[in-house]
Design a protein around this ligand. Structure first.
Ligand SMILES: Cc1ncc(COP(=O)(O)O)c(C=O)c1O
Length: 411
């Protein structure tokens, strides 16, 4: 079965604003599905105010927020008490670093990568430095930007407390096999594993218990939803971590790792993302009694095939062009390549090329995208950075044709 791209595109009003524009900056923030806007509008029109009181509109507001928590817990196959909904992934990792890092002491070791966005790097490095723990870096191959499991193994030892890495870099686009890497880490050490899935979740919502990780975070504003971030912390370790909530709220799993007051309407709107995926599933597979996570896996199979078909011609073109360097894998044959495609032109700056693409109606950008360490270690100027074309499943073959034509004349 193929993804019904026409059905998909009717769920995103913004796609129809300007037929001459190709949106290719999805990794920076995706369009919002109509289902999400409907929840948001309903919340703001009917239930705005302080939630969780007894009067009708307040009780309904609380129910809308609870629905978001419950349905996302089902989607990720976790318990609702393991989920924190916070304002952004950078803020969520900052806060959880205070809780996790509080336990570190001299002699402890942590492993971070040079592939990650700084949101899953700097906070841990800073905390380790403060606590006197040793920081080890799992390094990418300097030519491809790929992380190899073989170069992680020598870093693991009985002093390793946590390993932090990304499910998919927002530059390299190649998916790290998180389940396999996590099993390897846990076989060779007692270390815990924390994953940044911001660049992966727009392409696939994972079963977190199957992955076996201890922490996992991603941002819903890149997954067709509101500007919120989801943070999973395994219940097994929750009790060891210091609550970051007001002292009288400590012990409430929804608040322990989010000292900010919740953004009520935005939290409620998180459910709209899953309403969208429900509609997508029902459209393709009919009404189903399967678990929410199982339905998401069905949808993933359709999305993967569609996204591979989008990325392949662009990667083929870029790979065979002598005037540039593609970062990450240059094919989708292993089913582990998100359509997040970064490259460095030779003979002109990334910015100059980006401006040409933008003038041709392609919404793309250049820079380091806060993967500052990676861009530097790939030997690329970190201000000019790479050109990044990032597509998602609502992108279509017309977008690809226009991108290829624009690339051809700009190069
Ligand atoms: C891979 C990755 N991790 C983390 C972040 C930070 O997410 P947020 O903007 O929610 O703080 C981003 C944002 O671009 C990202 O691409």
């Amino acid at each position: 079965m193929k993804l019904d791209i026409d059905f998909v595109r009717t769920q995103f009003n913004q796609l129809h604003d300007d037929p001459d524009f190709v949106f290719a900056s999805n990794a920076g923030g995706s369009y919002v599905s109509n289902q999400v806007n409907r929840v948001l509008e309903h919340y703001n029109h009917h239930t705005r105010g302080q939630p969780y009181s007894r009067y009708a509109s307040s009780a309904l507001a609380g129910e809308a927020m609870d629905r978001a928590r419950q349905s996302w817990a089902q989607a990720l196959n976790i318990d609702p008490s393991e989920l924190t909904i916070g304002p952004s992934t950078s803020m969520n990792t900052y806060v959880i670093a205070q809780a996790i890092g509080e336990l570190w002491k001299p002699g402890d070791e942590i492993i971070v990568t040079n592939q990650d966005h700084e949101a899953n790097s700097g906070v841990w490095r800073r905390k380790a430095h403060e606590k006197g723990a040793t920081i080890r870096q799992w390094e990418v191959e300097p030519d491809t930007g790929l992380l190899q499991i073989e170069s992680l193994l020598p870093l693991l030892c009985d002093k390793t407390r946590w390993v932090f890495f990304t499910h998919c870099s927002n530059i390299v686009g190649t998916v790290n096999p998180v389940g396999e890497i996590t099993r390897t880490i846990k076989t060779g050490s007692d270390a815990r594993v924390f994953i940044d899935a911001v660049a992966y979740a727009p392409h696939h919502i994972s079963d977190l218990k199957a992955l076996g990780v201890d922490g996992y975070a991603f941002s819903l504003y890149k997954v067709f939803g509101p500007h919120q971030s989801l943070l999973y912390i395994n219940a097994d370790i929750h009790g060891d971590l210091t609550s970051q909530a007001h002292y009288f709220n400590s012990g409430d799993p929804a608040k322990d790792f989010n000292p900010a007051g919740p953004q009520h309407a935005q939290v409620a709107a998180c459910a709209g993302v899953l309403d969208y995926f429900d509609d997508l599933h029902e459209h393709h597979f009919g009404v189903s009694e399967m678990s929410r996570n199982a339905r998401l896996q069905d949808i993933h199979a359709l999305i993967l095939r569609h996204e591979n078909a989008l990325a392949t011609p662009i990667l083929d073109y870029l790979q065979h062009h002598p005037g540039l360097r593609v970062i990450g894998k240059s094919h989708t044959g292993d089913n582990d390549r998100a359509p997040t495609i970064a490259f460095k032109p030779r003979g002109q700056s990334s910015q100059a090329l980006t401006h040409k693409l933008q003038d041709a109606g392609i919404g793309t950008e250049n820079g380091n995208f806060y993967a500052h360490r990676l861009i530097g270690d790939l030997g690329i100027d970190s201000d000019d950075g790479v050109v990044r074309l990032s597509l998602v499943h609502y992108s279509n073959q017309q977008d690809v044709t226009r991108i290829l034509a624009a690339l051809d004349s700009a190069l």
